[in-house]
Design a protein around this ligand. Structure first.
Ligand code: NAD
Ligand code: UGA
Length: 469
């Protein structure tokens, strides 16, 4: 059996590496139109940072795992074609700002149709709107010259989280496969199931119809993000009342019906998918006339924007209502720890909010490159366009300095803002940092990872999220 995956990104790369690693009898080829990305997958410097990924790639690469730009050849030869291309939010036209942009998906489907001379199982790995399979089937069917070629479409959404992708892939809570309730649809489900059964117990492989599988992915992300917005909304109330959000989260999380996971209050959720997938859900609800349902889910994104804005306003307020010309050190720029990914990271909006008030920003992140940070901060984003900051000019690039060393980044600054929960921040020598800073020295812990009592005993003024002063 040969598996070809279109899209060598955060999902395609690690997912196919795990399949190849666990299934030595299957040939796996990952193709991409981005030649630089493919070259990196074939090198010692993989294009993404993910703990444990390199070891798995190393074990399978050249054996039964290959990365190639020859999309046509490998798609033509594949029995199962995974499509793991990006499905970003549309930026223009109908549904702009909400609907999923399926341009890349449709491009992949047209490619499959044009080169196929044998029947194939086409697997939706990308996160797509419910009913995408129907549209894709039409594109495949009507663009394939050979009427004897059959396409069976499956939905097999991916639930991995960045930073823990390899663990998630090795021991997933579940694998979900959706297919048609026809004989050929069920047969295709069986084929894909047999791939996963190489290492996943069959009771963890859930089967559903196509629409349930597609909608389950959007719903899972919406529920996860909703928990974060819920606890973040409570963090605001904690600050106003003297309650401690970590104590509240612990108290409610011990109720097994609620559960303790995903209740860490933060400066806001980031990542390429939560916002995109909720907006997509909102758009689908609106298009089928479910306005109240759309409004409900939209509020999850609104609270997230509010949390980032609130964090900035609290900083400015604490620092005597002026941060103009003050140096602020941002510790962590990635959207979460153990990844170099900055897509939709809350750090972008927080930095832009601070820059709008003329602060000088020093940034240190263990994995994000300087070029990436400058690129992210030069794009127009929510905080910059927000009514409270409307009319301000573009961020000045020279107000941002990126450091390779946390201590250097903290020198002479007025405040530290922890925006990513990297473990190494907990181990910093804060006495040394305090001694090198301007006074009063502030800490704004947007992840509640530091020892606040210890920081206060050193002399810092500490503002922790959702905690009493
Ligand atoms: P990504 O941007 O990292 O990778 C997508 C890749 O597809 C890019 O390298 C791009 O060059 C390639 N591509 C696009 N069109 C192509 C074509 N016609 N032929 C060949 N290659 C093509 O995206 P990602 O983060 O891997 O996400 C992919 C999908 O998986 C999205 O739908 C996303 O919502 C979903 N998803 C992502 C995650 C995550 O943690 N990032 C988790 C679960 C699901
Ligand atoms: C998330 C989901 O967890 C995955 O199941 C899903 O496959 C993926 O989206 C996707 O579809 O892309 P990911 O975004 O990689 O994974 O990472 P998460 O661990 O979910 O974190 C997302 C954001 O929420 C991060 O900014 C994180 O810091 C924040 N978060 C998470 C909190 O603020 N509090 C929490 O308690 C948990």
């Amino acid at each position: 059996m040969k598996i070809t995956c279109i899209g060598a990104g955060y999902v395609g790369g690690p997912t196919m590496a795990m399949i190849a690693y666990k299934c030595p009898d299957i040939q796996v080829v990952v193709v991409d139109i981005n030649a630089a990305r493919i070259a990196a997958w074939n090198s010692e410097e993989l294009p993404i940072y993910e703990p444990g990924l390199f070891e798995v790639v190393k074990a399978a690469r050249g054996r039964n795992l290959f990365f190639s730009t020859d999309t046509q050849k490998h798609v033509a030869e594949g029995d199962i074609i995974f499509v793991s291309v990006n499905t970003p939010t549309k930026t223009r036209g109908v549904g702009a700002g909400k609907a999923a942009d399926l341009t890349y998906w449709e491009g992949a489907a047209r490619l499959i149709a044009s080169v196929s001379t044998t029947s194939k199982i086409v697997v939706e790995k990308s996160t797509v709107p419910v009913k995408t399979a129907e549209a894709i089937e039409k594109v495949l069917r009507r663009n394939c010259a050979d009427p004897n070629v059959a396409f069976e479409i499956l939905s097999n959404p991916e639930f991995l989280a960045e930073g823990t992708a390899m663990e998630d892939l090795a021991m997933p809570d579940r694998v979900l496969i959706g297919g048609k309730e026809t004989e050929s649809g069920q047969r295709a489900i069986g084929v894909l199931k047999s791939v996963y059964e190489h290492w996943i117990p069959s009771e963890r492989i859930l089967c559903a119809n196509l629409w349930s599988a597609e909608l389950s992915k959007l719903t899972a992300n919406a529920f996860l993000a909703q928990r974060i917005s819920s606890i973040n909304s409570i963090s605001a109330l904690c600050e106003a009342t003297g309650a401690d959000v970590q104590q509240v989260a612990h108290s409610i999380g011990t109720d097994t019906r609620i559960g303790g996971k995903f209740l860490n209050a933060s400066v806001g959720f980031g990542g390429s998918c939560f916002q995109k997938d909720i907006l997509n859900l909102v758009y689908i609800c609106e298009t089928v006339g479910l306005k109240q349902v759309a409004d409900y889910w939209n509020s999850v994104v609104q609270i997230n924007d509010y949390q980032k804005q609130r964090f900035v306003e609290r900083m400015i307020d604490a620092m005597f209502n002026t941060i103009s010309g003050k140096k602020i050190t941002v510790l962590g720029f990635a959207f979460k720890k153990d990844t170099g990914d900055t897509r939709e990271t809350p750090a972008i909006d927080v930095c832009k909010g601070l820059m709008a008030d003329n602060a000088m920003i020093n940034i240190y992140d263990p994995k994000v490159t300087e070029a990436q940070i400058h690129n992210d901060l030069s794009l127009g984003k929510f905080m910059w366009d927000h009514p409270t900051t409307a009319g301000t000019k573009s961020p000045r690039q020279n107000s941002v300095s990126v450091f390779k060393d946390a201590y250097e980044a903290c020198k002479d600054s007025h405040a530290l803002a922890v925006l990513t929960e990297w473990d190494e921040f907990k181990r910093l020598n804060f006495q040394k940092i305090y001694d090198s800073m301007m006074k009063p020295a502030f800490v704004f812990d947007g992840r509640n990872i530091l020892d606040h009592a210890q920081l206060r005993s050193i002399g810092f003024i500490v503002y922790a999220l959702g905690k009493p002063l």
